[in-house]
Design a protein around this ligand. Structure first.
Ligand code: ATP
Ligand code: MG
Length: 258
């Protein structure tokens, strides 16, 4: 059976109302179960692209399909149950009086009973190292704590596809490591936009380089991020772990006997 395409974008163009042209003919596909990184300099269009995936931004030219269904008004409810997006700015995600309410919002909307909702909230807060933060007011938390709470609001829904915009920004090293381990262990389709190239090397297998609203290159992630001319040509750097050859999973050859 042919593998289903989780995300399919076909010739997407988008210009903001002020005339800024953010996406110029973007086409890409993410297969079911794949973990794909989107990298590119500031202003490349990564966040604009992500906001098209569940219809938060629309009205440009081109088409976006999630699990074969076009992202359009009549499909939004079902699409938003399939794909969860963690926004770049957590203040766009957190709006309830308490962290518990924010993380419970999705599961409650899905019609889960109270016990199940509590279980999901507990697990999601544990996953992002925020156990005990349920009664806190999100807007009085640190930026890194808010980032983790925003991730929990998506984890608690257990969507088939998880899209993350800068998931590690402002996280302390231990929290970042936990997020990396969590994302690596979750068997879901993922699309991750980030400047944390070591994070995506740990989590993803494929990559897409976006710049000035266009897909510049795509393919196997280590090959993409290891291409020095390509990286420096687009305000990026080859990650240190690749420069130092720390990721070569080649089994060392036995030393010849003296
Ligand atoms: N609301 C907006 N109105 C007008 N222009 C915008 C708006 N949001 C973003 N842009 C512009 O669209 C382009 C793409 O921005 P976008 O935020 O998608 O980039 P990005 O790749 O996510 O960057 P970063 O790495 O800084 O997060 C940029 O030129 C940006 O200035
Ligand atoms: Mg962005």
């Amino acid at each position: 059976m042919e593998k289903q395409t989780a995300i399919s974008i076909n010739d997407l163009n988008y210009t903001y109302p002020d005339g800024t042209c953010a996406l110029k003919g973007v086409s890409l596909e993410v297969g079911d179960g794949e973990k794909v990184a989107i990298v590119g300099p500031n202003g490349a269009g990564k966040s604009t692209l992500i906001l098209h995936l569940n219809g938060i931004i629309s009205g440009g030219e081109g088409q976006v399909f999630i699990q074969g269904q076009e992202v359009c008004r009549k499909n939004l409810k079902v699409i938003r149950s399939k794909i969860g997006i963690v926004f770049q700015d957590p203040d766009d995600q957190l709006f309830s009086p308490t962290v518990f309410d924010d993380v419970a919002f999705g599961p409650l909307n899905m019609g889960l009973d109270e016990e199940n909702v509590r279980e999901r909230v507990k697990q999601a807060l544990e996953d992002v190292r925020l156990s005990g933060f349920g009664e806190r007011f999100a807007h009085h938390m640190s930026f890194g704590e808010k980032k983790r709470a925003a991730l929990a609001t998506v984890l608690s829904m257990k969507p088939d596809i998880i899209v993350l915009d800068e998931p590690s920004s402002n996280l302390d090293p231990a929290s970042r490591r936990q997020v990396i381990e969590l994302l690596s262990s979750l068997e879901r389709t993922m699309l991750i936009a980030t400047h944390d190239l070591e994070l995506v090397l740990d989590v993803c297998t494929k990559g897409i380089l976006l710049d000035s609203g266009k897909v510049i290159a795509s393919g196997e992630l280590e090959g993409l991020l290891g291409d020095e001319a390509l990286m420096t040509g687009h305000n990026l750097e080859v990650p240190l772990s690749l420069t130092l050859g720390l990721r070569n999973e080649v089994t060392p050859r036995p030393m010849p006997h003296a």
